[in-house]
Design a protein around this ligand. Structure first.
Ligand code: SF4
Length: 83
């Protein structure tokens, strides 16, 4: 078993079905993933981790994470790299 960062233990989505984060975005405010992220105490840690990991991938980002859609995270990642 590989240990993750300590903030994962406080994630609101711990134990949540993974598919909830890859559903079609009918409406950002109504997706199951958005419900988890809205109440999550580690959104900032999650977002920084996502941006770091996704900047090292050739494809993606995919799915909903850190209270953001893939499109929103892609734009944030571009902004951070250009700043
Ligand atoms: S911000 Fe969202 S995706 Fe990230 S750990 Fe919290 S609930 Fe999970």
């Amino acid at each position: 078993m590989v240990a993750g960062p300590s903030w994962w233990e406080r994630a609101a989505c711990a134990g949540a079905p993974l598919e909830a984060f890859f559903e079609e975005y009918r409406s950002r405010g109504k997706s199951r993933a958005a419900e988890y992220c809205r109440s999550c105490p580690v959104t900032q840690e999650c977002l920084q981790d996502a941006l770091r990991a996704e900047s090292q991938q050739y494809a993606g980002p995919w799915g909903y994470r850190a209270g953001k859609t893939a499109v929103e995270r892609r734009a944030l990642g571009r902004y951070q790299r250009s700043a």
